[in-house]
Design a protein around this ligand. Structure first.
Ligand SMILES: Cc1cc2nc3c(=O)[nH]c(=O)nc-3n(C[C@H](O)[C@H](O)[C@H](O)COP(=O)(O)O)c2cc1C
Length: 171
């Protein structure tokens, strides 16, 4: 699959086969995250790879009972470890940096036939407790990782003409 095919065919996966994910595949996916750009090249991220079933199930509960998360053989918790980067003089860069790295991870996984589902609904304190994450580190996203049972239909997107304009901002 070339990059445009990976982008076009990726779906959020919420049902996983029991089949395990090889450690070398997980490492390859994490390496794609490692190569992401970041403000001032701060690379303010750490990815916690959770294979332990009990912990996976606890994480799913901490994601407000999204049980499918714990059914994947691997759960990844994306954390922000650093501060200091700034965007546009008003915005902290760490959530953006971690989101870019997470996007690399998601697309690299899909290129290997592995499904993910970006999870933004979680109780940060509970995730921190489960994974022993220090207070100053923030949880940005969670994703299950595993082989999809089936690939869902594409969800809709706004038409291309609606998402860009030329030279000046036009509603
Ligand atoms: C920031 C963010 C938070 C999300 N949170 C959740 C979530 O908590 N649970 C879930 O099932 N999907 C979640 N999603 C997945 C979206 O629902 C999904 O990406 C969107 O519906 C488009 O579908 P697609 O990914 O299959 O193209 C989230 C996605 C993003 C980017």
């Amino acid at each position: 699959m070339d990059l445009s095919e990976v982008i076009a065919t990726r779906r959020s996966i919420r049902k996983f086969r029991a089949e395990d994910v090889a450690d070398e595949d997980v490492k390859e996916i994490l390496n794609a995250a490692r190569l992401a750009p970041s403000a001032n090249n701060l690379q303010p991220w750490k990815f916690i790879v959770v294979r332990n079933e009990k912990k996976r199930r606890l994480i799913a509960q901490a994601c407000f009972g999204q049980e499918f998360i714990g059914e994947a053989p691997v759960v990844i918790v994306a954390c922000a470890t650093g501060r200091g980067g700034c965007i546009g003089g008003y915005m902290e860069s760490w959530p953006v940096d971690v989101a870019i790295a997470m996007t690399h991870l998601v697309l690299a996984a899909w290129a290997k036939g592995l499904g993910t589902c970006w999870i933004g609904a979680f109780d940060e304190d509970r995730i921190k407790e489960i994974c022993q994450i220090p207070p100053e580190v923030r949880v940005v996203a969670v994703t299950p990782l595993g082989y999809p049972v089936k690939i869902p239909q594409a969800t809709t997107r706004r038409p291309l003409e609606k998402i860009y304009c030329e030279d000046i901002f036009v509603e």
